[in-house]
Design a protein around this ligand. Structure first.
Ligand SMILES: [Zn+2]
Length: 260
């Protein structure tokens, strides 16, 4: 351990300890999307001392991002998000190796990126990316931490195909009918149209990092649980997501592969 003091507040936790810290150092995470969710998640993962962070995004920093995308500063406007994110994360923790994967990733590139990581965080903002990422994670048996936030509602879930949990498509089986992966009923709306407060996104992104860290440390039984947050009422709901035997991605009865 080259920097014990840096991680002392988590090493002191009985559930983490020196061995847990070494586990994190030996681990890697793929973060798809470094917007609002990905900013919070990546900062906490780097802070925790993950060995390697793989980041993917396609966008440049815009003024409207700065309200919630806390990886970026005013001086970053116009820069590629990946370059600006790497600078921030390396400044925070030079021990975490940052790898940049310019997006959008699809096909073999997406499969290779997923294969290269121990856990995947879906911090994207659109359904096609969410669906493709879920299918690749199921096929590769990689844990996936899904998150979304819009208006005053957030949700997140850990899906772990290797442990037989439900997958993202079990939860949202009919994307064409308006199940966008946003909180219930939000259809294909985006934060640009519907709005969102920065901290709402930050809460979900932070908890995506928490679920990832817990999973890497073998703590808790989070897989297959959907957490929904109402930011106006400040209330959480937690519900089990049953695995759908006819799921088009992970179903055992559907007799169809994840690429169909
Ligand atoms: Zn499924």
């Amino acid at each position: 351990m080259s920097d014990f003091a840096r991680y002392s507040r988590q090493i002191v936790l009985r559930e983490v300890g020196v061995n847990g810290q070494q586990l994190l150092r030996d681990s890697s995470a793929l973060v798809i999307g470094v917007g609002g969710l990905g900013s919070a998640a990546a900062l906490y993962l780097a802070g925790a001392g993950l060995g390697r962070l793989l980041l993917s995004d396609r966008d440049r920093v815009e003024p409207s991002n700065l309200q919630r995308q806390i990886l970026y500063r005013g001086g970053d406007i116009g820069r590629a998000k990946l370059d600006a994110a790497a600078d921030t994360l390396r400044a925070l923790n030079p021990e975490t190796v940052i790898e940049l994967l310019p997006g959008p990733l699809d096909g073999a590139a997406l499969a290779a990126a997923v294969q290269a990581a121990d856990i995947v965080l879906d911090c994207s903002d659109n359904f096609p990316t969410r669906a493709a990422l879920n299918a690749v994670c199921v096929a590769a048996r990689k844990p996936l931490v899904s998150g979304a936030a819009i208006r005053f509602e957030g949700q997140l879930a850990l899906f772990d195909a290797a442990r037989g949990s439900a997958c993202y498509a079990c939860l949202y089986p009919n994307p064409d009918d308006g199940d966008s992966g946003m909180p219930a009923g939000e259809a294909q709306e985006t934060c640009e149209e519907a709005g969102v407060l920065g901290p709402t996104v930050g809460v979900v992104g932070s908890l995506q990092a928490l679920l990832a860290i817990k999973h890497l440390l073998g703590l808790g039984q989070d897989a297959g649980q959907l957490h929904v947050w109402d930011a106006l009422r400040m209330s959480w709901r937690k519900m089990a997501v049953p695995r759908d035997p006819y799921c088009r991605v992970c179903g055992t009865q559907a007799q169809r592969g994840p690429d169909e």
